[in-house]
Write a protein that binds this ligand. Structure first.
Ligand code: PMP
Length: 280
């Protein structure tokens, strides 16, 4: 496979970054992941707007315009034959002698790669299990940072417990998934936590809100508890590379019948329809 590193397309096995890169030393960087469907990037423009916000939030200069990123990302999908999958990109503060404050003169490290992944026929679309874990993260979860030790531990705990994803919570109040936003449905009303520095503003979350509005499904942006999620009519998760997946078990408790809910399935279908329309 071919990746892109600091302006050049190179074979992945030949792509090298310094041991003094601050992404490696401090997790001092940000990233994005966008889906590829029908060989075309999905909502890459929105992902690049969020990249700009993440970079600005931590004072890394945004040296590559969105149009250039779009070209790189699309070429990675095309040249690697990825018809359905994802493009990952990362920007770190760059390479400098190890010292915590920002270096005086440093050039951001930028790279991106593409991978195939089943999106339309995701085997998890029949429903996944979440494991509840305390949210151990910092106070700026709205920044899509590569510093992710808390999520690594949360998702490892989930996997070790036989679950697909973590349901992170603060004293019982659900924040989000390890790498997804979480939703419940009760009496036909869709509910998710409002945006704040406690969660990442998911691109998929935004699209789900738009699709719900368009379908006349009422939405409530309000935090919910683990207990409320377990007792909900439906529960689902959203992310760029899973779209919408039904959550059918939380810890050892089945959500209702332990089967995907009707509104969840309707929203997943609407998401796929929109994604196809935008990428064909
Ligand atoms: N929350 C977290 C913590 C994430 O890592 C992700 C995935 N990047 C999401 C939510 C979902 O965001 P998106 O829909 O933009 O993929």
């Amino acid at each position: 496979p071919v990746c892109w590193l600091n302006g050049s397309f190179v074979a992945e096995q030949d792509a090298q970054v310094s041991i003094f890169d601050r992404g490696l030393l401090f997790g001092d960087g940000v990233y994005e992941v966008a889906a590829v469907l029908n060989g075309t990037l999905l909502d890459a423009d929105r992902h690049l707007v969020r990249l700009g916000r993440s970079l600005a939030a931590i004072g890394i200069p945004n040296t590559q315009p969105a149009a250039a990123w779009l070209g790189v990302m699309q070429q990675l999908a095309t040249d690697n034959g990825v018809r359905e999958g994802l493009v990952y990109l990362q920007v770190t503060r760059g390479v400098a002698e190890r010292d915590f404050p920002f270096p005086a003169h440093v050039t951001p490290t930028m790279f991106a790669y593409a991978r195939p992944k089943l999106l339309r026929a995701d085997p998890n679309a029949s429903g996944v299990r979440l494991l509840t874990v305390p949210d151990m993260r910092w106070n700026r979860c709205d920044i899509k940072s590569t510093s992710m030790l808390a999520q690594v531990l949360a998702k490892q705990a989930a996997r070790a417990g036989g679950a697909f994803e973590a349901m992170m919570h603060e004293d019982g109040l659900v924040t989000e998934g390890g790498s997804s936003n979480l939703w419940i449905v009760n009496d036909g009303v869709v509910q998710t936590r409002p945006l704040s520095s406690d969660i990442l503003a998911g691109i998929t979350r935004d699209v789900v809100l738009e699709l719900a509005h368009a379908a006349g499904v009422p939405v409530r942006e309000r935090a919910f508890t683990v207990a409320q999620a377990k007792a909900a009519d439906e529960c689902f998760m959203s992310s760029a590379t899973s779209f919408i997946l039904p959550v059918t078990t939380i810890d050892h408790d089945a959500v209702r019948a332990g089967a995907p809910g009707a509104i969840t399935q309707r929203l997943r279908a609407a998401y796929l329809e929109r994604a196809d329309r935008l990428t064909q």
